[in-house]
Design a protein around this ligand. Structure first.
Ligand code: 13P
Length: 260
């Protein structure tokens, strides 16, 4: 498990921000700010709102950008009577490659359960895309000393029924809820401790190969100033960035710190 680090993945989760005009500008500016060789050492994804995805896809494909197109959420069924929901099959048709699932905002505000997250992980994989499966503890859980129990419980439930190969191909994002949008970040040592615990749990359940391959991101008030130290941790393979990803200059700095 101490093998060479995996290719880092820096993901910009825009949440419900930026309309499709703003999305096009943001992606073009980000591309302009990032040196071409940065993509040799880091993967970079953007996760716009659904209404922007077709526009962003057109820019990425039309201009041949190296950015990876992502989404923030999907349903676990392909089609059906699910008013307002988004099929993973439709996202695959738009060349979406990465889909965030089980974000704490979806769990808390929209009642997503571990079982739903597990169904989404399977649906995303079925359509040839990669899940970024989120986990994380609340402040109360942290203060009660329940961080690992909560996080590892979510990971175990979210990965239930997957093969070792599937687990090795996916991305897990550790996002302590108390650090999201609050300006408070876990220390890099704390992030490392939890990311290591996740990797150890993956190894126990799915074997060393899957544990070595799975990429584990940290998320929660990541800024350019905190990226370098975070990325120097052996089990942190990238960042899931919210607020700071809305500013192409700040996000480009984060990517460059991750590229080393
Ligand atoms: P912030 O970077 O705004 O804290 O958001 C983190 C997050 O939730 C990314 O998914």
């Amino acid at each position: 498990m101490a093998a060479a680090k995996r290719t880092p993945l820096i993901s910009g989760n825009w949440k419900m921000n930026l309309n499709h005009f703003e999305a096009i500008q943001t992606v073009q500016k980000l591309h302009y700010l990032l040196p071409k060789d940065v993509y040799e050492t880091v993967d970079v994804s953007v996760h716009p709102p659904f209404t922007d995805i077709r526009s962003v896809q057109t820019v990425i494909e039309g201009d041949g950008l190296d950015l990876i197109l992502g989404a923030q959420h999907c349903h676990f069924q392909d089609t059906g009577a699910f008013t307002g929901e988004i099929s993973p099959a439709f996202l695959a048709k738009l060349d979406v490659k990465l889909i965030v699932c089980g974000h704490s905002e979806r769990r808390e505000i929209f009642g997503e359960t571990d079982d739903m997250v597990n169904a989404k992980v399977k649906a995303i994989l079925k359509h040839g895309m990669t899940p970024i499966m989120c986990c994380g503890e609340s402040l109360a859980e942290r203060e009660a000393g329940e961080t690992e129990a909560k996080v590892l419980g979510q990971v175990q439930a979210g990965l239930a029924g997957l093969s070792a190969d599937q687990v090795g191909s996916l991305v897990i994002a550790y996002e302590p809820i108390w650090a999201i949008g609050t300006g408070k970040t876990a220390t890099s040592a704390d992030a490392q401790t939890v990311c290591r615990a996740i990797r150890t749990a993956v190894a126990a359940q799915f074997g060393a190969e899957a544990a070595t391959a799975v990429r584990i991101q940290y998320g929660g008030s990541v800024k350019a100033g905190t990226t370098e130290e975070l990325m120097s941790q052996p089990d942190v393979d990238g960042a899931l960035v919210g607020g700071a990803s809305l500013d192409p200059e700040e996000f480009a700095r984060i990517v460059q710190f991750a590229a080393g």
